[in-house]
Design a protein around this ligand. Structure first.
Ligand SMILES: [Zn+2]
Length: 123
């Protein structure tokens, strides 16, 4: 059974839109229809630091079905990196990002081994 959401637009009218299953159902009011987006739950990637949790990045499944940019009609994952959202429209591109993050983890482990050597050999 499909869900619908009612959204109040900037021009004072309301519109009923069909909801994808993954949408949280939370939509901003007072936007133009072209700016309406469906958004899934935000996935936040945290790491523990000596000052508490720190966010590396966060990502959300999203779609803007009425956007003037046709590519926004396609469901994608928006990843918030370096103070901006980057769209990953293809599954392969998202896997590539995951692979790159895994490569960074390998480099970080190399730094950990280097620090361990420094600690044990007194420099
Ligand atoms: Zn929605």
């Amino acid at each position: 059974m499909s869900r619908t959401a009612t959204v109040r637009l900037a021009d004072g009218t309301t519109v009923s839109v069909s909801e994808p299953d993954w949408c949280t159902g939370q939509h901003e009011d007072d936007l133009d229809l072209v700016d309406l987006s469906h958004d899934g739950a935000d996935t936040v990637f945290l790491v523990d630091t000596e000052r508490g949790p720190a966010q590396l990045f966060h990502a959300v499944v999203t779609q803007a079905p009425y956007s003037t940019h046709v590519e926004e009609h396609r469901t994608n994952v928006a990843v918030h990196l370096d103070n901006d959202y980057y769209r990953f429209r293809d599954v392969a591109a998202l896997y590539t990002l995951a692979d790159q993050i895994a490569e960074h983890a390998v480099q970080l482990r190399q730094l950990a081994r280097h620090l361990d050597e420094i600690h044990h050999h007194g420099q």
